[in-house]
Design a protein around this ligand. Structure first.
Ligand SMILES: *Cc1c(COP(=O)(O)O)cnc(C)c1O
Length: 388
């Protein structure tokens, strides 16, 4: 008999009743060091007192009003994002998938409005992940995501990761946009080199193509800069964010330049919940904390500490690990064993990690993880590797 919860996940036999910072606790008191952080969501750990207070204050004031009205909390968060980034304007969503949907619509509408309705193609890359809606699975094209779901939204061109010649050959006068994660998350913490992001920007400028960055996983201070693309010193025309911005509250956004957003006039898009006061108050608090240069410096310090310890771990287990990769606190252990096996042994060692494609185990701790917890985490991964 089917479970009351639709069985689309192969769930681990773990269930948590409480969270404290970087720890999750089961009903019997067993504690797990959480290096998944809800898949890069719990930016400031579990039960963060600042975020809890912000939520309580907003809950006592105003939870939800329609986008039929002005929403001061939403305007505040939009102003902050505009001040801190390339963007001139923002639209708030409840998830990364919804942000991807709008990014796709925005790019197509831009060219339509410019009198080029045939410019509808969006180029994406192998291993990408943009969500689970019909549009987002079409963007990915991955067999395991699209199979059985019928005809896909046309207009996506899927290219191998890092194949310059294939990219040149694929660009045409139908190309509306190139959509890319500066660091692939689900794809296995695959970092797009800075010179490639620069090359994409140049190509887009030269050919008149919109550049869309999906920073749903790598954004919001995860890499030690507020946004991962800052390392390459280029900016996109459109960017999706989600995951980390809500610190655990469902919140996403599309950020765009005025030019790229020019097709999205009144009535062309909407959301019931997107940008409601509760979500935006929390988003603003998360952003206020993580955009502080002192906070970002700490993320980078913790990241080097962790990376150094992980390099030692890789050296100690040459039959289990191949390398460490990633940027900041978005780290991947490339494995020589099945990543799922290491993750499962991790459960026995009291540590939570997340498998990804390309034989990688992801480590995405809360950005405020303590130095002690970093040492403890690496010791637990070491124990898991020994138990394999
Ligand atoms: C998780 C993710 C998404 C989808 O976000 P949801 O909030 O799960 O809809 C899109 N893009 C990237 C890069 C992601 O990591």
């Amino acid at each position: 008999m089917i479970s009351s919860v639709l069985p689309t996940y192969n769930r681990a036999p773990l269930s948590f009743v409480k969270g404290e910072g970087s720890w999750l606790i089961e009903a019997d008191g067993r504690r797990f060091l959480d290096l998944g952080a809800g898949i890069a969501v719990n930016t400031l750990g579990h039960a963060n007192p600042d975020l809890a207070q912000t939520l309580k204050d907003q809950a006592d004031t105003l939870w939800h009003v329609s986008n039929l009205y002005k929403i001061p909390a939403q305007e505040k968060l939009a102003d902050m994002l505009v001040d801190l980034t390339f963007a001139d304007t923002c639209f708030f969503t409840n998830s990364g998938t919804e942000a991807a949907e709008l990014a796709i619509k925005m790019a197509r509408k831009y060219w339509y409005t410019k009198g080029q309705p045939d410019k509808i193609e969006i180029i994406t890359f192998d291993g990408c992940f943009h969500g689970r809606s019909t549009g987002a699975i079409a963007a990915s094209g991955a067999e395991k995501m699209v199979k059985g779901f019928g005809p896909l939204m046309p207009g996506f061109v899927h290219l191998p990761f890092g194949d310059h010649d294939a990219l040149m050959a694929a660009v045409s006068d139908k190309t509306a946009a190139i959509m890319i994660e500066p660091i692939q998350g689900e794809g296995g913490i695959r970092v797009v080199p800075d010179q490639c992001l620069k090359g994409l920007r140049d190509l887009c400028d030269e050919k008149g193509i919109l550049l869309i960055f999906d920073e749903v996983q790598c954004g919001v201070a995860r890499t030690g800069k507020l946004f991962a693309h800052e390392y390459a010193a280029v900016t996109p025309d459109i960017m999706m964010i989600a995951k980390g911005i809500g610190g655990g509250f469902p919140l996403g956004a599309v950020l765009a330049t005025e030019e790229a957003a020019s097709g999205m006039t009144a009535g062309t898009h909407g959301s019931t919940y997107g940008g409601n006061p509760l979500g935006c108050a929390i988003g603003a608090k998360v952003l206020e904390i993580v955009s502080d240069p002192a906070f970002l410096a700490e993320v980078n310090r913790k990241a080097s500490l962790m990376r150094q310890k992980l390099e030692g771990l890789v050296a100690a287990h040459p039959d289990v690990f191949e390398s460490v990769r990633g940027q900041g606190l978005m780290l991947g252990l490339k494995c020589k064993v099945a990543p799922g096996d290491l993750v499962a042994k991790g459960y026995e060692a009291g540590i939570l990690t997340v498998p990804a494609a390309d034989n990688v185990v992801r480590l995405l701790p809360a950005l405020n993880i303590s130095d002690d917890d970093i040492s403890d985490a690496v010791a637990r991964i070491d124990a898991a590797a020994k138990a394999l």
